[in-house]
Every structure is written in C-alpha cells, then in structure tokens.
Design a protein around this ligand. Structure first.
Ligand code: PHE
Length: 453
C-alpha cells in the first residue's frame, strides 16, 4: 500500500464540512449532561479552568496528531498505522493502535446506541405531552418502568442503530456530510433557544453561579484528573474517530487551526449546555443530580411545570438526540472502513454487518438495566463494565500510544511538513507537548482510573 493523495472512501468537500463532522463527533451525551454536572461538583470555575487547560495542552495537540496521522495515511486506522509505521521504520505491531481504537468505537457505540434510544423515546414522550404535571416521584416511576422493560429499550436501541447505519451506509459526502450539514446548525439553534429560555426562568444567574463561582477548595487531585479524562472523552480522542475523519481532509487544510476550532466548539457547547440546564433545574427548586437521572428524571419534572416547558422539553430531547446521533456515526466509521479495506465489502454491506454486530452487543447493555441488573462482575453491570473498559482503559491507552507515535516514532521532518504551522514556535510547542507532556499526563489518568494512584 502506497501513500495516497485521497482516501478511497471519499473526501470532505471543504474544511468547513470537516469541522462540522468532527464537532458532531465530539459534541455528544458527554457534553450535555456530564460536563455541566462535573463542573458543579468539582468546584465550578476552578474545574472549568483546569478543563480548558487540559483541552488546550493535551486535547488540541492530540487531536492534531490524530488528524495528521489520518491525513498522511489516508486509510482505515489499522492500515494507516501500519503504513506510517513502515514509513518510519517501526514495527508492524503499531497497527494494534488501529485495532484497539476500532474495537473501542464498536464497544462504545453498543451502549451509546441504547442511551441514544432512550433519548429518541423521550422525544416521543415529550411530543405526546407525557411530562405534563409530572412530579419527582412520577418521573422516577416513568423512567424506571421504561428502562425496566427490555423490549421497550431494545426497540428504541434498534431504531437508533438503524438511523446511524443509514447515514454511514451512504458514505462520506452522501451520508455523513449531508447529515451534519443539516444537523449541526440545528443543534446550535436549539442550544441557543434553550439558553434564551433559561434566561427567562429568573434563575439564570443562580445557574451561572453554580457553574462559575470559583471554589478552589473543592478542586482536588481527583477532580484535576477527572477534568483530563472528560476532555479526552468529550473531544473523542484516543480511538481513531478523529483519525478516520482526518483521512478525508483535503491536503492544504491547516490542521492546527481546524483542531482549535473543533475543540473550541466542543467546549463552548458544553459550557452553554450547563448555562441552559441549571437555571431550569433551579427554577423548579430541584437538585442537580448526576447522569441519567438529571436528564431523564429531573428535567422532565422541570419542563412539565413551566410555561412553554412542554415545547422546550421536546426541543431539549431533540437536541440531545442530534448530539448522540452525530457522535454515533463517527464511532462506527473506523470499523466500516476496515471491513471495506480488509474484506473487500461494499460500504452498504460493511455498514450492515458492523451495525448488526454492534446492535447484538448492545443487547448486553439493554438487559443490564433489567433482567441482568443483578449480574455483576467486580460490582459492575455489563453496561458499567463496558463504560469502564472503554473510557477508563482503552481511550487513555490509545491516547498514550498515539502521542508516542506522533512524538517519538514519526520523523520530526514529516510531522513538521504535515502540520505546516506558520508561527516559528508553533511546531516546537506542539512537539514538546506531544512528546513529553501528553504521554506522561495521560499515563497519570490511566493509573488513577485503575486506582493505582
Ligand atoms: N465525544 C462524545 C461525547 O461527548 C463521545 C465519543 C467518544 C464519541 C469517543 C466518539 C468517540 O459524548
């Protein structure tokens, strides 16, 4: 396999559509419920500051590394890593970075699609007025009854998976690009509408205070590491998604400028989501809970009691659905392109097979909320186990390996010419961060996640 000018899978029609697609991959469930909540718990603005430093010092350099590797290789992450390792005179085992990422994408999608299915169900629930007058207790019962029914969540998981695979099957320009060109602007408009709505609740500044009041005392070592882990997950780095999207980037696109734009959008969406959600929660005298309960229990109650709440509740779940959908598309792309390159499949049949196998794996997550709720390994259900394995192990290992490859294995002349940064110090700074800072800092996250630190 030789180095090629354009990927056999297609190319983005412009730098702008690449930014939309990569931002779509990055902005997901992680931004809309996890980031706002973590910020509140870990000391408000102090956490935001650490998060931004992590995005800038680790996230952006790693994203640049992934895009540059992807664009230079132009194949699925497995083959790209193989070709670039060969080019650098390193061993073929570097292709395992591609395998690890591709597998992580399928594993993440298997549970992400189940949660995406919940979001879809809640779009319908909110559209039919199911939240009218709900109380905390009835919202809890509604949610428990919903996830307690394996057939219901299997149904929505299936629909969500079909939606994802329909876009992927149509290819880079015909599918992914068309979808994000419509969905991402819609996502931004919805987010701004919700933000506007939050300002009318009378609790806008309480929300801001919750998110941004500096409280350094609440900032522990753990929260610094949490900020770093969240930055990785949120930017979708360490697993080949950005690498495959990078392989469709036209030559001559500034990698540094584009990475800064994507990371900036991702961070802005997370911050705005917090500014929109908390005033609505506080206006109803509710507590900001963690994870699924905030989105699927607290918010329906809040929306159910507010003027215009039914419409805005519906819009909120549409927003969440779009965020989950554009991330899901990116999660399966490495696996689909691998099947095309390795097994000579058409995109349609590769999408079908990857979709079916990921869907089947998702059944494990479906039952872990009901029939298998009591079956645990190390105290974790199947769903918890997958989440732990992917976010806490596979992404950090992927990040360390990608940073080491770009910083140590790739010849500096190669990365310098690919990045083509105009500012004289720009390249030096990137190289220092990717060589020394990123591998070390991510190793810290990993050790922490394993409880070894
Ligand atoms: N970044 C997505 C989110 O914030 C999750 C994701 C991780 C998507 C890794 C693709 C790859 O929800």
């Amino acid at each position: 396999m030789a180095m090629s000018q354009q990927s056999i899978h297609g190319q983005w029609s412009s730098r702008w559509t690449f930014i939309l697609a990569a931002t779509g991959a990055a902005v997901g469930l992680g931004n809309i419920w996890k980031f706002p909540y973590l910020t509140g718990v870990h000391g408000g603005s102090a956490f935001v500051l650490v998060y931004i430093v992590c995005v800038a010092a680790l996230g952006i350099p790693l994203m640049m590394a992934e895009i540059l590797i992807g664009r230079r290789g132009r194949y699925t992450p497995v083959n790209t890593m193989k070709i670039l390792a060969e080019e650098s005179g390193a061993g073929p085992w570097w292709q395992s970075v591609g395998w690890l990422g591709t597998l992580a994408g399928m594993l993440i999608l298997s549970y992400y699609s189940v949660i995406g299915g919940w979001t879809l169900a809640y779009v319908f629930k909110s559209a039919t007025g199911a939240f009218r007058g709900v109380t905390g207790a009835s919202a809890h019962t509604m949610f428990e009854a919903f996830v307690g029914n394996p057939w219901a969540i299997l149904f929505w998981h299936t629909v969500f998976m079909i939606m994802t695979m329909m876009v992927v099957a149509k290819g880079v320009q015909g599918g992914i690009e068309k979808a994000v060109q419509f969905l991402m602007p819609a996502l931004f408009v919805l987010l701004l509408l919700l933000l506007g709505y939050a300002t009318t609740t009378g609790f806008f500044f309480d929300g801001l205070a919750f998110l941004f009041t500096p409280d350094v005392s609440r900032l522990s070592g753990t929260s610094m590491l949490t900020a770093m882990g969240q930055a990785f997950f949120s930017l979708s780095i360490g697993m080949g998604t950005i690498m495959i999207y990078g392989s469709y980037v036209p030559k001559g696109t500034s990698i540094a400028g584009t990475s800064i734009a994507i990371a900036g959008c991702d961070t802005a969406v997370a911050l705005i989501a917090g500014m929109a959600i908390f005033p609505i929660v506080f206006a109803n005298g509710m507590e900001p809970g963690a994870g699924p309960s905030l989105i699927f229990e607290t918010l329906p109650v809040a929306f159910g009691h507010m003027t215009g709440g039914l419409i805005f509740g519906f819009l909120f779940f549409v927003l969440l659905l779009i965020a989950a959908w554009t991330s899901s598309i990116s999660l399966i792309e490495p696996a689909v392109t691998l099947c095309i390159e390795r097994y000579d499949m058409t995109r349609a049949s590769a999408s079908l097979w990857c979709g079916i196998s990921t869907w089947a794996l998702g059944i494990g997550t479906v039952v872990s909320f009901n029939v298998w709720a009591d079956r645990t390994v190390f105290g974790m259900t199947f769903f918890d186990l997958l989440d732990f394995l992917t976010s806490n192990l596979m992404l950090p290992v992927g990040g360390i390996l990608i940073a080491s490859f770009a910083g140590w294995v790739m010849a500096p002349e190669t990365s310098r010419s690919e990045l083509d940064i105009r500012h004289p110090l720009g390249y030096t700074l990137w190289h220092l961060l990717i060589r020394y800072v990123a591998p070390f800092a991510v190793t810290l996250v990993l050790l922490h996640a394993l409880g070894l630190l």
